[in-house]
Design a protein around this ligand. Structure first.
Ligand SMILES: [Zn+2]
Length: 130
């Protein structure tokens, strides 16, 4: 007696169909993944700019003047205890003429301008406790 043993497997056509389907799915999904990664990096950079601007406002409140250079803020551990923020695109942050942070990768900055750029301020009068 002779037994016929059939090996189970896939034919070449079945494998080609699977490869074509996977290729079509990746062609649809890959551009979306890349676009969302760029959007996330852009938002991270904008968030860093907002943080630097917030710390510049804090510096202004503490010293009655905005910092002249961004290193004044980023190298001070009182303002950035974990170190200077890093742009996800590799850009460098700097302060423009109105003391707002900008990134070299896009030149973007926050739209809000500082309320008062005077270097001499009088602190508000303290209210007595009631
Ligand atoms: Zn950037």
């Amino acid at each position: 007696m002779r037994q016929i043993i059939r090996k189970r497997g896939f034919t070449l056509v079945e494998l080609l169909v699977v490869v074509l389907i996977l290729g079509a799915l990746s062609a649809i999904a890959l551009p979306r993944v890349v676009a969302s990664a760029d959007t996330a990096k852009e938002k991270a950079c904008q968030s860093n700019i907002d943080i630097i601007n917030t710390q510049a406002e804090l510096y202004n409140a503490m010293t009655d003047g905005y910092p002249k250079a961004i290193d004044t803020l980023t190298k001070d551990t009182d303002y950035f205890p974990d170190g200077a923020p890093v742009c996800a695109f590799g850009g460098k942050y700097s302060l423009n003429s109105s003391c707002r942070a900008v990134c070299s990768h896009s030149g973007s900055s926050a739209d809000v301008k500082p309320k008062d750029t005077k270097t001499t301020k009088t602190p508000p009068a303290a209210k007595p406790y009631q």
